[in-house]
Write a new protein. Structure first.
Lengths: 294, 425
């Protein structure tokens, strides 16, 4: 084997030849970067941004204009449309700047995997979680979900994160990779209706039949109630009161809180007419049992 | 899917019809008839008997049901007729059963001309007063139990000769707490008292609501929907209207009777295709078709101008209305039937949809009752009612509000697409 003299240890010429081959390979991988290409790339990035914003704005506008039954269908198309735009633009940029053959792609993937594993771990994890979520569908656009301490309507589904609009009109951004570990509770799972549970408490001596009758009638008489879905009243005993749960569905999950208000208002008017007894919380001394000295 | 497709087709037809109204020949310019003519026609339409197919259906079906009830002990003792919410059943049942005699039965109508009361408990008391005065205690003191003595009555087939007619069942409920206890009382009464046959009229939407809240179809199983009218049937029904505006000096009542009897000889306005289109747009509902027909009538502008100059359009002068195909003289005005189109709905708010849905399930409501059913303050409801009245979606007759028939087909699709419970027609 030939070697370079006067070097200790001698460096074989074959090793240096490999170094030169790798550099050539990398240079051949990257296509010529010319001015027009840069302009085309910039234009495509700008167009991608414009399309993404347009998709979000248009679908949000359209979903509020069409009848209710089409609203969620339109919203649920947003992540797929955005993903399609990103995929097309990404593919175009890669083809513009990189000459990829099958072996090149294989080599590049391995290199990228190592690099991203350290530097962009969380970001890539979020992206992958977002893609997986699209197919698993634990929730959809327009759903009312509980993730951790946050409850609201899913109003945006991005590459890295999703956004919830809470009942207090706050916007909460949640990275997709949160979903690997956190439980997700969806109230409506792509449907327009979501069950609303309203609690009522009465004294133990109350007539349960009367209360249940009033609660059923309150649900059926509310204009928000989806009459095609069942209305149920269940009862439970607490130490200090008898609890009644009214479970019914509004026609639109967005009306959850006004629906609850309407149910409570109607029911309370009937309760007052019938003079039904509310629970009495006993004084603290009586609960302690020993009187004022304790 | 059907409602959405129908809505698109209506919109396309309306757009095409508007595009075609631009006439190329100035002499052929057609316009809507003067208000005085429209008012005369509307008045005459209101006096028309219901279509014969409605009356025949009621009589035939009722005769079959009564025969079954009188011959079999366990046969159903009730029959419910269902119609569109904009097609009041009361005049149809009245017209069908007036002078109707069948097998010695006696028709009784305990609550003629009844209107919905504001207090739901008063509704129930009203029914007690009519059917069971002993149970008619002051409202607020009733209990929920029906401890009627003597029910179920032992009845024999020979005792079965009384038919009770309640033409507007939706009058006896209001969508509020305790609002349908009257209906529950009636359905229990029907099941317990088999010695009487009950005939009810109700609209499809109210029926669907009552079925959900008190399972009324489990008690009143025999249900018959009014038939859908074809183009030919509509032409036979509305065509003779013009005979009432003939030059004959006979009183109007005689003219209307003569018009009905001479239906086959009535002048034809419009082609068969127009009448079939009318029937299709109206969904076979007579009241919708009648209003669409009225809004589709056209006259020639020059003829109107000529008659206006002569003073022939004044109220005290009789204007002779004829079909466009008839011979005209200097006192006659030719009527032409343009292609009917459904009017567009205005932009509806969320409250508007709830308001209109409430009107459709109840048939008609006063403002106070509407506010009570919606759980909304009366001033909120009043403002939206005014807006919808100006847009022509709601009509008001005295204190009563109802949906205008011409807006019903599109409104049905709109409410169905917005997840409301609608009647199955």
């Amino acid at each position: 084997m030939a070697a370079i003299p006067f070097l200790e240890p001698p460096i074989p010429l074959t090793w240096l030849a490999q170094e030169t081959n790798t550099g050539d390979a990398l240079r051949s991988l990257i296509a010529d970067i010319t001015g027009p290409k840069i302009i085309r790339a910039a234009i495509s990035v700008v167009l991608a941004f414009v399309f993404l914003e347009a998709i979000q704005s248009f679908t949000t506008w359209l979903s509020e204009k069409v009848p209710r039954r089409f609203r969620l269908v339109i919203k649920q198309a947003v992540p797929f449309l955005k993903g399609l735009v990103l995929l097309l633009v990404g593919s175009y940029l890669v083809r513009l700047f990189i000459n990829l053959s099958d072996t090149d792609l294989l080599a590049l993937t391995g290199t990228i995997a190592v690099a991203l594993g350290f530097a962009f771990k969380d970001y890539v994890s979020s992206i992958i979680a977002g893609v997986v979520t699209l197919f698993e569908a634990p929730f959809r656009m327009g759903d009312r979900v509980q993730i951790g301490d946050h409850y609201g309507e899913v109003v945006d589904y991005g590459l890295r994160s999703m956004r919830l609009q809470t009942p207090d009109d706050n916007t909460v951004t949640i990275p997709h990779n949160t979903l690997w570990t956190d439980a997700i509770s969806s109230a409506n799972s792509g449907q327009l209706e979501a069950q609303v549970v309203t609690d009522f408490y009465f004294a133990h001596a109350v007539d349960p039949e009367m209360v249940m009758s009033i609660l059923y009638q309150a649900a059926y008489s509310s204009r928000y109630t989806q009459l095609k879905l069942p209305v149920v009243v269940i009862m439970a005993e607490q130490a200090w009161a008898t609890q009644f749960k009214l479970k019914a569905y509004p026609m639109d999950a967005r009306d959850e809180f006004v629906y609850k208000t309407d149910l409570v208002r109607r029911a309370k008017q009937a309760f007052q007419r019938q003079q039904l007894p509310y629970p009495q919380i006993p004084p603290l001394e009586a609960m302690n049992g020993d009187g004022a000295d304790s | 899917m059907d409602a959405r497709l129908r809505s698109w087709l209506h919109g396309l037809e309306a757009w095409l019809a508007r595009a075609k109204t631009t006439a190329t020949d100035p002499e052929e310019v057609l316009e809507a008839p003067p208000d005085a003519i429209v008012a005369q026609l509307a008045q005459a339409m209101g006096a028309l008997s219901p279509p014969s197919s409605y009356r025949e259906t009621v009589r035939t079906r009722l005769a079959e049901a009564i025969d079954g009830w009188r011959s079999q002990r366990d046969a159903e003792n009730s029959l419910v007729f269902l119609s569109s919410p904009v097609e009041p059943l009361e005049p149809i049942l009245q017209a069908s059963l007036t002078n109707w005699q069948h097998d010695m039965v006696t028709l009784v109508q305990p609550l003629p001309g009844c209107r919905r009361l504001d207090d739901p408990l008063a509704l129930q008391a009203q029914l007690y007063n009519a059917f069971d005065p002993e149970k008619a205690v002051p409202s607020g003191q009733q209990d929920g139990e029906d401890d009627r003595e003597g029910y179920p009555r032992d009845d024999t087939l020979s005792d079965r000769y009384t038919v009770i007619v309640v033409p507007a069942l939706e009058t006896f409920f209001l969508r509020c707490i305790q609002g349908w206890e009257g209906i529950e009382y009636l359905q229990n009464l029907v099941v317990q008292d088999r010695s009487r046959f009950w005939v009810f009229g109700c609209n499809h939407w109210g029926w669907a609501f009552l079925d959900r809240v008190c399972q009324i179809s489990a008690y009143l199983e025999q249900v018959e929907s009014l038939p859908k009218l074809s183009g030919e049937e509509l032409q036979v029904w509305l065509g003779p209207l013009l005979l009432q505006f003939s030059e004959d000096d006979a009183p109007d009542q005689e003219k209307s009777v003569a018009a009905e009897e001479a239906a086959d000889d009535a002048p034809e306005i419009g082609s068969h295709a127009s009448w079939n289109a009318l029937a299709g747009l109206a969904g076979g509902t007579a009241s919708v078709a009648a209003q669409l027909w009225l809004s589709s009538l056209r006259v020639k502008a020059e003829e109107v101008a000529a008659l206006t100059e002569d003073g022939a359009l004044e109220a005290e002068n009789l204007t002779v209305l004829k079909a466009g195909s008839q011979d005209l003289d200097e006192r006659s005005l030719a009527l032409h039937l343009s292609k009917p189109i459904l009017p567009s709905l205005p932009s509806l708010t969320i409250l508007d949809r709830y308001l209109l849905h409430s009107l459709l399930i109840h048939g008609f409501l006063s403002r106070q009752q509407l506010a009570l059913s919606l759980g909304e303050a009366e001033n909120q409801v009043r403002s939206r009612v005014q807006v919808l009245r100006r847009a022509g979606v709601i009509i008001q007759q005295g204190d009563w509000l109802a949906v205008h028939p011409t807006h019903y087909p599109k409104l049905r699709g709109e409410l169905s697409n917005n997840n409301f419970l609608i009647g199955q027609e």
